[in-house]
Design a binder for this molecule. Sequence first.
Ligand code: SF4
Length: 193
Amino acid sequence: MTPSKTGSSDDPVDVLLENARDGASSDGFRVTGVMMQYYFVCERELWFLSRDVQIDRSNANIVRGTQVDEKSFERKKRSYSVDGTISIDMLDDGKVVEVKPSSKLKKASEMQLLYYLWYLKHVVGEEREGVLAHPTEKDREDVELTKEAEAEVEEAIRGIYDVVNMEEPPPAEEKPFCDSCAYHDFCWISMER
Ligand code: SF4
């Protein structure tokens, strides 16, 4: 997943779009929904992900925000994979839904969903609305890809490009959710004996 610059423009947004439309090579720059989410959670976590640092994700303690009781939606939504880059769930009314267990990482979840809407618009040619849902909190809100939101997504794509091209991971900065992060031991447990 290590990225490389390709295409006629140096702007990472253009590089991403060119790769997506022409069929990205395996080492071409692309941004998954999880990458967009991690960018807003922790840039160091994003860097580890970009280097395919694998962690045992079956450990319930390290799975943050990926497991949720989706019973309230499971009969109403269908899942689609687009280019192998984004995986979206669509409701019967055509809205793209992102279901999260809690609203603690709301900004990151919102940006992940906005990125899906942006990708659908610019790569697939489909303009959709989104729904961000937290069933356990009985919370559900509509998310729209406004011009401002598009600009924010594109700024984030440029930021992601910068992070994943760093030679070394950004320094660890303690965050409230470090304890439940897959890479906790890399950041906070010394390898020295
Ligand atoms: S443990 Fe904390 S600092 Fe380290 S990658 Fe995870 S969230 Fe980032």
